[in-house]
Design a binder for this molecule. Structure first.
Ligand code: G
Ligand code: G
Ligand code: MN
Length: 250
């Protein structure tokens, strides 16, 4: 615990950003913010190694606030370069959705950046079960009132399941990379993705395919009418400033 606390104090938790691409046009339309631990400013540690531990200890809320602040500061500086809709997506743990504070955090974030083009999206990850409570419903309503959209992350794995669609008002389904990996190789993946897209269309939700690594996968996602694409084909997650240099100064 102490090591995490000192990492927070030393600003060792940092955001990496990965591009989000509109599938039909191939244009950059946003990014996903991915947490990294820059341990003692010398080794980059992936969240898989520590996230469950900080979620159990509820420190994820403080860490997420810190990440949002770093992204806010960087985008405030380049807001003059953004003249088309750009969505910034943060991953939010289920515990965080039972705390009205997240609505205030989003409100501050949007007011600080103050651009009609910047949209905020929150991805609800599947590791902990998101209970449908009065508070979580108020959080969702409060976020929607601010114009913040909500995605179900890693759809079809873990807790990210149909009951979430029944209980909550989501806007976007993120199709897990485990399904994308086998398109064109295994018909089952094509069938699953096709069914998820059809479900999303019925519910008027958008879809994102994660883990797109090849042009074959991207083409198939377009054929299946997936709205947005994300993956190494378009870009690996990059440190905040490198992402901005790559996508806004070239
Ligand atoms: O690149 P990748 O190893 O970043 O991310 C692994 C997993 O960690 C992702 O599936 C995502 O669910 C989770 N994750 C990444 N960043 C964050 C974050 O800022 N907050 C939370 N709660 N989870 C995150
Ligand atoms: O939040 P989420 O579960 O979606 O996290 C995305 C994870 O997937 C991150 O760990 C990110 O680094 C990773 N990732 C992003 N693009 C690709 C890709 O094209 N292939 C693979 N294998 N992983 C990816
Ligand atoms: Mn995610």
């Amino acid at each position: 615990m102490d090591v995490i606390k000192s990492a927070i104090v030393n600003n060792e938790f940092i955001p990496f950003l990965q591009p989000l691409i509109e599938s039909k046009s191939g244009k950059l339309v946003g990014c996903e913010v991915l947490l990294r631990w820059n341990y003692k400013n010398s080794v980059i540690i992936h969240p898989d190694e520590f996230i469950s531990f900080i979620e159990i200890n509820a420190m994820i809320i403080e860490i997420t606030k810190g990440i949002m602040y770093q992204v806010e500061c960087a985008f405030k500086d380049i807001v003059y370069k953004i003249s088309e809709s750009f969505t910034i997506g943060f991953n939010i743990s289920a515990t965080h959705c039972n705390d009205m504070d997240i609505v205030n955090d989003c409100c501050f974030f949007l007011s600080a950046i103050d651009s009609e083009y910047i949209h905020l999206n929150l991805e609800i990850t599947e590791r902990e079960y998101l209970q449908h409570t009065t508070v979580s419903q108020q959080v969702f309503n409060g976020l929607h009132d601010l114009g913040v959209t909500l995605s179900i992350d890693d759809f079809g794995t873990g807790y990210s399941n149909l009951i979430y669609l029944q209980d909550f008002n989501f806007d976007i389904i993120k199709i897990d990379k485990k399904f994308v990996k086998y398109v064109g190789i295994n018909n089952t993946s094509d069938d699953i993705i096709s069914c998820v897209v059809s479900l999303a269309e019925h519910l008027k939700l958008k879809t994102v395919a994660e883990g797109v690594e090849t042009n074959i996968q991207a083409d198939r996602m377009r054929e299946l009418n997936v709205d947005y694409l994300q993956g190494y084909l378009y870009g690996h997650p990059l440190p905040l400033n490198s992402f901005i240099d790559t996508w806004f100064y070239n």
